[in-house]
Design a protein around this ligand. Sequence first.
Ligand code: ATP
Ligand code: RIB
Length: 303
Amino acid sequence: MSAKIVVVGSFNMDLTAYMERMPRPGETVSGRRFVTGPGGKGSNQAVAAARLGAEVTFVGRVGQDVFAESALNFWKQEGINTDYVVRDPNNATGVAPIWVDDKGENSIVVVLGSNLAMTQGDVDRAAEVIAQADAVIVQLEINYDIVEYAMQVAKAKGVRTILNPAPAGKLNAQAVALADYLTPNETELEVLSGMAGTDYEAAARSLLTREGQTAVVTLGSQGAMWVNPNGKAIIPPFKVEVVDTTGAGDAFNGGFAVALGEGKPLEEAIRFGNAVAGLSVTKPGTAPSMPTRAAVEALLARG
Ligand code: ATP
Ligand code: RIB
């Protein structure tokens, strides 16, 4: 049975310029290539999950502009349920100008527009589909009170919640406590926990305030580390040729959610997430770089 995943989150049109190296302040450099493509952490995670065979519903807001049309066409093509996407009359669709250098490193500016206009009513309309989900995923490109509310609605129905606290932000402790799984990268972990340094285990542990919570810290080319009251371990990444790491965290979250939704145990779900993310960094772009289920299974089998 395919996993049922609900993503409550953002869409941004990614405006990506590829260049040898990023400009310093005040400097102009020549770009090699420019690509417009679908992005936004929420949508990227939804696309990752859909390509892995999950039944995916996206709950979010876009504007009434050309980027919104493009988003809706893209989601249709990916088989994602858009019944709970609102066309906001007052705000433009989110955009994200992105720079990617020849090492595959990225810098992003997000202009969140309609993503920030989401309301509790938007979530309430999707309550029925949330109740039937195997996992609900949220990120921090929508208002924090909506992040918290979406997890509240899911928890009230006994549905597993995954909080990807990205981009880095200081979410209140009450909201963090609603997450069954927290999936920060190193920077997000530092901001959320208020603990700087490399003791990721201690920082992750400080976020776990109730029974049943697990932190999974993504460590880029080092893989991912889980931490919960039963212990901790680092699950190594797959060796791949890096082209563009933008959206790696989104690929991981989409994969991790699907694996948990399918009933895989924690370490297997993280390995699955590592495989999805590992494949995504071998291709340019964010949502367009999400791999198929067949490619992920082949990588897992290769080891
Ligand atoms: P982004 O913000 O670029 O979307 P992130 O900072 O949220 O990414 P990372 O921790 O950098 O997320 O990476 C997420 C996952 O992607 C890692 O846990 C790992 O599985 C995979 N990954 C990232 N970089 C590499 C790499 N160089 N080689 C293999 N896997 C990688
Ligand atoms: O995680 C990558 C995403 O962050 C990009 O698609 C961009 O839209 C920003 O939201």
